[in-house]
Design a protein around this ligand. Structure first.
Ligand code: 3PG
Length: 306
């Protein structure tokens, strides 16, 4: 029987786990769950006889791939696959896929929710500001960026966008003012929402050159990855621009220092929460399960990323 391991340090919502299992039962696959595990050893042990894996932000290192002697496919139930060692997987002929778009709405709603929380001074009783008429810059106009723009338009925000990989006409069709460079967008917007992936081109790319362009009182919103931020430069910008704000779903390595020094000018969720809705878990989990079955039963490699 084909064996699938669903390995999630951060478990799927119970309804999602049930539905993933039902999809595999129906296809005659054996599906087991390894949730909230504490060490990579637990993961390498559990994956040893698996033909396929579903993971979230779990670290799929070379060691994990080597321990999984029967593994043919890993599906990252979500968008970013920076947690999977693609080179190691490719070397062992293991297909890696993601499930783009399946959890985007949850992340977009969180980005907007955090912006409202920040604009209202963390609901601390003091008077805040509104998002209406503020300029929102979307840095990368993919699945999440586009949804953030759509929701923000409903709030009366003015949308700006920068994405060299998306046709200008697509962003303009959504009513966005398309910027020619990230610098140009950072200089004019009140809020910047980050939606770039973490890869060798983007690591630490949100640096002093960009952040120092931001206006007084401007706010950077990060629901992407902490690795794209240059944290040393971030501190420098907090020091120089005394009303700059940074809110993130992925706390930076120096979050204690930032909160200690800059208080309510920052906000970090205690745990990465972007995709943590039942709906997103169900959408991404079921898509992952169906992609595994389509690949193993019919060789379908749609959504392959390696
Ligand atoms: C993604 O890349 O899909 C999001 O960052 C969600 O990650 P998670 O599944 O670990 O919550």
């Amino acid at each position: 029987m084909t064996k699938v391991l669903v390995a999630t340090v951060k478990p799927f919502a119970p309804a999602a786990a049930e539905q993933i299992k039902a999809v595999f039962d129906q296809a005659g696959y054996d599906c087991t769950f390894l949730e909230k595990y504490n060490s990579q050893n637990e993961l390498t042990g559990a994956v040893s006889d698996a033909d396929a894996m579903i993971v979230r932000s779990d670290k799929i290192t070379q060691e994990v791939i080597q321990a999984a002697t029967k593994l043919k496919i890993v599906v990252r139930a979500g968008a970013g696959f920076d947690n999977v060692d693609l080179a190691a997987a490719t070397k062992k002929n293991v297909v890696v896929m993601n499930t783009p778009g399946q959890n985007s709405n949850a992340v977009a709603e969180l980005a907007i929710g955090m912006m409202i929380y920040q604009a209202r001074n963390h609901f601390n009783g003091s008077s805040g500001t509104e998002l209406k008429d503020k300029k929102l810059g979307i840095h990368a106009y993919g699945n999440v960026g586009k949804l953030v723009a759509h929701i923000a338009k409903g709030l009366g925000m003015k949308i700006y966008a920068f994405d060299p990989f998306i046709p200008k006409s697509d962003m303009e069709a959504d009513g966005a003012t398309v910027c020619n460079s990230a610098e140009e967008m950072y200089a004019v917007c009140d809020y910047i929402s980050l939606h770039i992936p973490a890869n060798k081109h983007t690591l630490q790319s949100i640096n002093y050159g960009l952040l120092s362009k931001m206006k007084k009182g401007a706010c950077l919103v990060n629901t992407a990855r902490k690795e794209v931020i240059n944290e040393t430069d971030l501190v420098k910008v907090f020091e120089e621009n005394d009303t700059f704000q940074y809110i993130s779903d992925i706390a930076p390595g120096n979050s204690d220092v930032l909160v200690g020094r800059f208080g309510n000018r920052c906000f970090f969720t205690p745990k990465k929460m972007g995709a943590q809705t039942a709906e997103a878990n169900i959408n991404a989990g079921i898509a992952a399960a169906k992609q595994i079955i389509a690949f193993l039963d019919s060789g379908d490699t749609t959504f392959k990323v390696n």
